[in-house]
Design a protein around this ligand. Structure first.
Ligand code: ME8
Length: 661
């Protein structure tokens, strides 16, 4: 067929349905989505798969806890996962549920092929099993804890079907040798090679102790081991037994976290080899986002949720942060502080500011039409050079999955444009013919650089770059721009700029973090549903009480709900890593409360001791930057920057605990 596009197939893991997505899952999915967009801009026909892993003991237990039959529980969870990916704009082309009939058939077919080829036999197995990780721990003794998650192991004896993994030691080692880029990054490859060289034991791939799984045909009560089931989802997504028709198998890229590397680089290729099916081309293993140096988990209470961040700063900001902040392949710490700092510096002051000031100057000087540039001076040539080098560097780094480096190169070009504007000062030029021509050159040059960085950043920042593209009045969609054809000098002259849209409004750090944390608190600990008769404005979408419209009056009964009392500050200290917050202890008459207040930049802690303040005492406790705050100090918000001025009682010696009415 003439001009048929090359195909590219990539996957995220098929996530467990016993919980909801946190920033770790979002990270893998965002990276997959960015690669998908990038490959499309490089001329590929791309399929990206994600999905939900719905079988196994964990899910069985979670369903019991929720008081639902398993099938109903997983259906609800799958909808929730899919809805969140849709909401965040990272939904894949294929979403596999491991309870889908087409998937069930593919698993059974794969097993049959492995069995027919002599790689499956029946035996007995007694071992230590981690029900949370769905894995036997071969080296463990009774009473041990799981080496991965630390939970107690259970002794299980079963009649199982075994997969002859031991037969694949040599084929796997040969395969790694012949395909040196199969496991990436390199350090991970060495880890797996030494593991396989250490010897492989046969693997039990069916269970009888578990009910909630895919049945082994004709062998009930055997159900498939969850990993035999889940890994096969990658194949079921693109046709299963009919994979040849769609032409997307073997998979080009499995993206996984380091927790599941063995399953993907040892078991999965071995299953496929046994079934005489093509083996994936590459498994890319990334690191973890850590919270205070620990892996995130709901049971530890240290999960970061994606939705509150996307609500506060926009999804592009979250995408940019996770891809810019940590080196792909390594671990990194997640912090709201770093997130908002990057948002303000790189997005609001960087890309957002360059786009809005360039457009504003073209508007003012050239009626909003991209001007025709005049002759170039050496400083213009220098910017052209920087930009051309940026194209090369940013693409090369992205191609090698050095996302942070690729973005760094793009943002260096943005910084060069800012510097160029500052030194060329187009605003200081007048309306003479020579100056107007110089202004035209400067603004065309800046706008051309902006167009190029917009194209380069598109896979990572799809929404905001689409807005800049419209702003620049460029034809077509930026998503359809072919990266291979990106060159300096393609910015059309005389086109009218499009409508300016808000890109990245600057945010005040502590306020932004406070709001993200409040939304996350609500999502993790949802308040009971509002009574059915409550007026429409009583709750927002996130469940928080909404302010009434500005001219709407509230009744005295509404005001009476807020219990404010006179409190006296007993201690005050700064919070490490939170430059706007003070941690206070406040005597409210009946008890001493710990309260955090966003006043650190305006009040010295020592000078606050003994001061009487107004305190909202019946506010639900919440955590600010990890510190519990049980109440709120009332302050006026003064001036454009919202400087806090504490409400107080200078004229009277008021009694501590007195109510404000
Ligand atoms: O393992 N940092 O599902 P899962 C970075 N169902 N990435 C993280 C992360 C973190 N803190 N936490 C999770 C399973 N991830 C199986 C997979 S595949 C056939 C079956 C990401 O819900 C990372 O990609 O536990 C990790 O490998 C995956 O989520 C685990 O998701």
């Amino acid at each position: 067929m003439p001009n048929e596009k090359p195909k590219f197939y990539l996957t995220t893991p098929i996530y467990y349905t016993n919980g909801l997505p946190h920033i770790g899952h979002t990270y893998t999915t965002v990276v997959a989505d960015a690669i998908r967009r990038y490959k499309r801009m490089r001329g590929y026909e791309v399929v990206m798969t994600t999905g939900t892993d719905e079988h196994g003991v964990n899910v069985e237990r979670a369903a019991q806890k929720a008081g639902l039959p398993e099938s109903e529980f997983v259906a609800k969870m799958a909808i929730a996962w899919k809805a969140l990916w849709d909401e965040l704009g990272i939904s894949a082309d294929e979403f596999v549920r491991t309870t889908d009939l087409s998937h069930v058939r593919t698993v059974q077919w794969l097993f049959k092929r492995c069995k027919e080829n002599g790689y499956v036999y029946k035996g007995h197995y007694t071992g230590q099993y981690c029900i949370y990780d769905n894995a036997f721990v071969s080296e463990a003794k009774p009473g041990d804890n799981c080496p991965d998650c630390g939970r107690p192991l259970e002794t299980i004896t079963e009649e199982n079907y075994f997969f002859k993994l031991s037969a694949f030691q040599k084929p796997l080692l040969d395969f790694y040798k012949k395909n040196p880029s199969f496991i990436q990054p390199e350090t991970r490859k060495n880890e797996i090679i030494s593991f396989v060289e250490g010897g492989l034991k046969d693997l039990s791939i069916t269970r009888t102790a578990i009910r909630w799984g895919i049945p082994v045909p004709g062998e009930e009560p055997h159900v498939f081991y969850v990993w035999f089931d889940a890994l096969t989802a990658y194949l079921s997504a693109v046709g299963g037994p009919d994979y040849e028709k769609r032409g997307f198998w073997p998979c080009d890229l499995h993206l996984v976290g380091k927790d599941i590397i063995r399953f993907h680089t040892v078991y999965w290729p071995a299953f496929l080899m046994a079934a005489m099916l093509p083996v994936p081309k590459q498994v890319w293993v990334h690191g973890w986002f850590l919270m205070d140096a620990a892996k995130m988990s709901k049971s530890k209470g240290n999960v970061i949720l994606p939705r509150p961040i996307a609500n506060m700063l926009g999804m592009d900001a979250l995408r940019y942060f996770v891809m810019r902040e940590i080196v792909f392949g390594q671990d990194g710490n997640f912090s709201y502080d770093a997130l908002v700092t990057r948002y303000n510096s790189d997005l609001a002051n960087g890309l957002g500011n360059l786009a809005s000031r360039t457009a504003a100057m073209i508007e003012k000087n050239f009626g909003g039409k991209i001007p025709k540039p005049g002759p170039r001076l050496p400083q213009d040539d220098a910017l052209v050079k920087v930009t051309s080098e940026t194209i090369e560097e940013a693409l090369e780094k992205f191609e090698n999955f050095e996302f942070a480096r690729s973005l760094e190169a793009i943002w260096a070009a943005i910084a060069a444009a800012d510097k160029y504007l500052t030194s060329e000062q187009p605003w200081a030029l007048d309306d003479s013919e020579a100056d107007t021509q110089r202004k035209a050159t400067i603004l065309w040059t800046t706008a051309e650089l902006l167009r190029i960085v917009t194209v380069l950043a598109h896979p990572v920042l799809p929404d905001s770059t689409a807005k800049v593209w419209t702003l620049l009045g460029q034809p077509g969609r930026v998503a359809a721009f072919e990266l291979d054809g990106l060159r300096w000098g393609q910015l059309a002259i005389g086109v009218q700029l499009g409508k300016a849209q808000a890109l990245f409004p600057r945010v005040e750090k502590s306020e932004a973090i406070e709001r993200i944390e409040a939304m996350a608190n609500e999502e993790l600990n949802p308040a009971p549903a509002a009574p059915a008769a409550a007026p429409a404005h009583a709750t927002t979408a996130s469940g928080a009480a909404a302010a009434p419209a500005p001219n709407e009056k509230i009744g005295i009964e509404d005001f009476a709900k807020v219990e404010m009392r006179v409190g006296q500050i007993k201690t005050a200290e700064r919070i490490v890593g939170a430059d706007k917050l003070l941690k206070l202890t406040v005597d409210i008459g009946t008890e001493i409360r710990q309260i955090c207040a966003g006043i650190a930049q305006y009040y010295e802690p020592e000078k606050l001791i003994g001061r009487k303040v107004a305190v909202v005492v019946n506010l639900a406790p919440r955590k600010l930057r990890g510190v519990e705050s049980n109440g709120m100090i009332v302050a006026a918000s003064v001036g454009p920057e919202g400087r806090p001025v504490l409400a107080g009682f200078p004229d009277e010696d008021v009694e501590i605990g007195a109510r404000l009415k």
